[in-house]
Design a protein around this ligand. Structure first.
Ligand code: F3S
Length: 395
């Protein structure tokens, strides 16, 4: 693999321990994937922030890098395990919070921004079309590749961090034109809406594995639906990129885009996902939206659907600090909280120690949120539309 003089020097340790470790990780990756050389990146997004997934070993690794390391590009953080401002009020365990704060401190020392969201593209880290980036967090990766037309492989937390510190990543995979073409076509018979896109993503993810799908038959889709679709595709499959005919940027640039493998998805198949992601007889302990983190528009939609009715069940909206700050300025957060909804930042329903809060069952409009709640956190789940969640919450 070709390395520049500066990259060789980093590898030899002339730029310190963190840069050396980072280059070792990147060169190892480059060799595995036969990369010819490194490519400079414009931003990084780091997952592996919750102490729940990192543990002491992960914390030590980051602290060691932070002794002499600094990121070279704008870098943002995925959600951690607590809401930094409300963890006591919400009942998060003290010892967990203490460790979590140490993790954040180490990341900040590395020069990383404390965004703590899986929607960095709504919090100031929004790549442009064609930008090479190194992102981890599957829902953010698929959004950046598909909706924004940026270029990132499916990085893990350590390789994204290494790329941020070195300012580059090996040139392979989705950084190259030839690997961004669709591999299967999926025709949708009828327009879908809202959480139906999450169900569609879950279904197609399983069908396609890690092949890149090209959707046909979608005429109109909101940003929020794109977010739900992408998160589900990346969850049930390992899909890092999708195209939608006439809508996503690469498909727009290439109207003749096609793939030889073709499927038509029926509505009955989409509905089967509802059955699969709904456990019988569940009265949810927690109703939530915000996986991926809610946009300001989703906060407004939730408030409008409540239409002045207070919630009777524990109802949380997970969002970014940036969206919450904007919601505060617009008076939305105060109205939601007055109706009993808690607007939670910095964390997510999957990486927070949710069971320690006495939660055993959830209801959500996110296929990813339902699937991980069941399979990672061992909770009973219900999967339904945002309208259904609101009615359940006020009942
Ligand atoms: Fe985001 Fe957590 Fe869902 S990181 S996509 S809210 S699992």
């Amino acid at each position: 693999m070709y390395l520049t003089k500066e990259e060789e020097e980093m590898l030899k340790g002339e730029y310190g321990y963190a840069a050396q470790k980072s280059m070792e990780i990147l060169v190892a990756l480059g060799k595995i994937y036969d990369a010819e050389k490194m490519i400079e990146i414009r931003s990084a997004q780091i997952s592996g922030v919750s102490y729940k997934s990192l543990g002491d070993e992960g914390l030590e690794f980051i602290e060691k890098l932070a002794e002499d390391g600094k990121v070279r590009v704008p870098t943002t953080l995925n959600p951690c395990g607590i809401d930094l401002e409300r963890w006591r009020e919400l009942g998060f365990p003290e010892d967990f919070a203490e460790k979590q704060l140490k993790v954040i401190k180490a990341y900040l020392k590395l020069g990383i921004r404390q965004t703590l969201t899986c929607t960095p593209y709504l919090s100031g880290n929004r790549p442009r079309f064609g930008d090479h980036i190194a992102w981890s967090e599957s829902s953010a990766i698929i959004y950046a590749n598909s909706v924004l037309g940026a270029r990132t492989n499916r990085e893990g937390g350590p390789s994204a961090l290494a790329a941020a510190i070195a300012g580059r990543t090996p040139l392979y995979g989705l950084h190259l034109d030839e690997n961004r073409r669709p591999e299967i076509e999926v025709k949708i018979p009828k327009p879908l809406s809202g959480y139906e896109y999450a169900a569609l993503g879950f279904l197609v993810g399983r069908l396609a594995g890690d092949k890149i799908p090209l959707f046909k038959g979608i005429k109109l889709i909101s940003d929020e639906e794109l977010k739900l679709l992408g998160a589900a595709l990346a969850c049930s499959g390992g899909i890092p990129l999708f195209h939608i005919e006439g809508i996503t940027p690469e498909a727009k640039l290439n109207p003749k885009m096609s793939a030889s493998e073709k499927y038509e998805v029926g509505l009955d198949e989409v509905r089967e996902v509802y059955d699969e992601l709904n456990d019988d007889d569940v009265e949810p302990d927690l109703i939530f939206i915000g996986c991926p983190h809610s946009s300001i528009r989703e906060l407004i939609i939730f408030l409008e659907l409540l239409n002045g009715r207070a919630v009777k069940k524990k109802t949380w909206i997970f969002t970014s600090r940036a969206a919450k700050n904007l919601g505060e300025k617009l008076g939305i957060i105060e109205k939601l909280e007055r109706l009993g909804v808690k607007v939670i930042c910095d964390t997510c329903p999957i990486v927070a120690p949710i069971k320690d809060l006495g939660i055993r069952s959830i209801a959500t409009n996110s296929a990813k949120g339902a699937w991980f709640s069941r399979n990672l956190n061992g909770l009973k789940v219900r999967f339904m539309s945002i309208e259904g969640l609101v009615e359940l919450a006020v009942k």
